[in-house]
Each structure stands twice: as C-alpha cells, then as structure tokens.
Design a protein around this ligand. Sequence first.
Ligand code: ZN
Length: 139
Amino acid sequence: MKAYRKELWFQVPSRRAFIHITPEVEGCLRDSGIREGLCLVNAMHITASVFINDHEAGLHQDYEDWLEGLAPHEPVSRYRHNQTGEDNGDAHLKRQIMGREVVVAVTDGQLDLGTWERIFYGEFDGRRRKRVLVKIIGE
Ligand code: ZN
C-alpha cells in the first residue's frame, strides 16, 4: 500500500470565504501515483471547514447568509468563547456545522465524485495562514 501526505496552505484576506480546491486535490492525487484507494481532505484548524457541494456562487451566498443567521459574527459579546479575548466564537460554530473533512474514493486514478460534487475550503476566521491536510492511501 502506498501513502501520500500533503498540506495545502491558505491565507484568505477576508474573515470568511469559500474556496474551490478540487483542482489542488486532483493534483495531489496525480502526484501520489495512487490508482485505487481513499483520499481524505481535512481542515487542520477549528475555525475552518472542508466540505463537498455544488460549485455555484448563489449557493455559496446562501451558505453565508444561513450561517450568519445561525451564528452572527457580531455582537462578539454574545459568545462565551470570546470572553477568552478572542472574537471568533461564531467561526467555531460555523466550522462545526459545515464539517471538518471529506473522504473521496479513488477509482482508476480519479477522484470518484458525483456529477456536481466539488471540494471546498470554508474559511470562517481568515486573515492568517491556515492548512488543509490531504492524505491518500491505496495502490
Ligand atoms: Zn477561538
């Protein structure tokens, strides 16, 4: 069995963003040389997500509006977590609901995604360097 590991780095200039990362993950899969196996992609930070859904700007705005409705950034005083001196209480909650990781089957050297499935990095507390782990195992 082969194993491949790579960290993808992001520095989002805004507090929140959704970034399409399917091409980067496909690049990792090519570099790995693995033809059959599993590909794990996970955020390495507790205020960021990796998720799979449609590559469609309206949907991403819908996520933004929905998440702000559930856990508005302001007033930051509404979150007990922010009593530690942080201002990212909302970002932890947004990360929880959007998820930490995805696992994609690798078949015949390709990510075995559904027709409209694409992989995204969800940033909820940006403006600093953060990592996503790609781990691929198989043969
Ligand atoms: Zn925090």
